[in-house]
Design a protein around this ligand. Sequence first.
Ligand SMILES: [Zn+2]
Length: 278
Amino acid sequence: MSKPCIICVAITGSLPTKENNPAVPVSVAEQVESTHEAFEAGATICHAHVRNEDQSPSSDPEKFARLKEGLEKHCPGMIIQFSTGGRSGAGKARGGMLPLEPDMASLSVGSNNFPTRVYENPPDLVDWLAAEMRTYSIKPEIEAFDLSHIHQAAAMNKDGRIPGSLYVQFVMGVKNAMPVDKDVFDYYIKTVERLVPDAEWCAAGIGRHQLTINEWSIAAGGHTRTGLEDNIRLDKDRLAPSNAALVKRAVELCEKYERPVADWQKAREILQIPLKAA
Ligand SMILES: [Zn+2]
């Protein structure tokens, strides 16, 4: 049997609003409900940002705490991953929720351009975030927006700043960063396999490229990410009605390529993330 595929659902992000798609979950209650549907549909990692009442991005640890509590209650076993991305705060505020000890947190290890600004990840902040993740036994998901980020993560893995097996996510299709390019995608995989043979990898495509990257990653034996953070549409004419609808599309691709969808136990086994005592 071929290797199970872990489906991550990025439920909210910091950009899309209800004006873009009314299905984007904004309040913590909406986030828990939307994640629950996505979990039932087959997602086993929830990648989450939190928002203020006015939908603007927040880094408020209190909101993250309520979200974690809701997810643990309604999606038992699901892997909870908090974003430390730079849109919701600056400097160390990006890691202010890490003492809540989520299973995972995203970690960018280098800088690049975003659609309208520089995505700044200076070395001292990266090292501080990685150290916090070690302190609280949080597995980082490396957000690779560029080839150099894979090399940097491998170096940090080797010198112990990122202990254990590495989990790398390729992000493609962000405007002004790495486009959706199959040769680069294949080379990313080759580079991960060469530098860190025991690593697992995943991939995410932004906007209309989401489905393309889902298909490439599932076909190539990796894990995959979907959800309204990255893409709010089913196709050019239809908005996605829910996060679960996007997860179902990834599940269908797993069927097409005869990849079993990992349940939460299998996902935790693959990623070596034991269930934390509540
Ligand atoms: Zn995110």
